[in-house]
Design a protein around this ligand. Sequence first.
Ligand code: UT7
Length: 317
Amino acid sequence: MMRAQLIGVGAYLPPQRVDNAMLAERLDTNDEWIRQRTGIAARRIAAPEQLTSDLATEAARAALKNAGIDAAALDRIIVATTTPDRTFPATAALVQAKIGAANAAAFDIQAVCSGFLYGLSLVEALIQSGQAKTVLLIGAETMTRLLDWTDRGTAILFGDGAGAFVFKAGQGDAGILATRIHSDGRHAGELTTDGGASQGTIGTLRMNGKEVFRHAVQNLSDVAMETCAAAGLPLNAVDWLVPHQANARIIEQVAQRVGIPAEKIIVTVSEHGNTSAASVPLAFAEAWYDGRIKPGQVVLCEAMGGGFTWGGCVLRI
Ligand code: UT7
């Protein structure tokens, strides 16, 4: 059976780092509250001229270099984003032009913070079915452009960035072993924007934090167990959990429920904040490049976001 095998990883964070104290200068908040309630110390914010496709392109170039392949080898480029440069064309098409991937079909997917997990599910299907052989999957966001900077309940949470994976079809034990994705649109109003292209606006992010938190802990615990079962592996076979980086307390509560010890969890929320679809590949990239993630290991990724949407992926490196 053909599997989607991970051959390269890339990441990009814009240089401007905004810590909690800087936010407290313009919002009624403080470093202690933000750290205690979310685990976030700082986030990166894209420069005004930097668009999502710019962040995505940097991450894509790094992933292609890491994979040691030319952009011309790609037959699909998928960008998971909620913050496209333009309403159309797809941000993936803009990335395609910038990296010179002339042989790829390029398109975006949108499942907010779960976008990268939805992408992993799609990559698995495209490669297993033989429709694609070499796929670039990017999670890229400029979430700070959707924020209401007067709302302390949301303005402190989000950051900008991009992460990218390159997959190649291959045989053997390595590759995506299982993916599971879910959504429940009855909760659309709990985490949303108050506008959109069809309404003639971009909209501003609105969230019922407590409800999102409650559902996140339940759904992420369930999908972690479900995805491991689908891969035919017990949870103690997982070498690394790479969770969505939204809130350190969500990460801790999910880990406790499913029985994954803290030393097996990659946590970057303190420096990245919540970068939505970029959060899982950004966290993954940190552990990939510092050598924690090694060949042969089993990695469980999971995310949850607006929709609600949520998903899990088990892959062997
Ligand atoms: O990818 C999925 C995206 N989102 C998430 O995963 C977020 C999930 N939710 C959360 O992370 C948490 O609900 C928050 C961090 C957003 C909020 O934490 P909380 O413990 O649920 O706080 P709360 O909203 O219940 O607010 C508690 C208090 C309130 O004050 P009162 O009414 O008790 O006087 C808030 O006004 O904390 C206040 N508060 C703040 N205080 C200082 C809310 N935000 C802040 C703030 N600084 N930034």
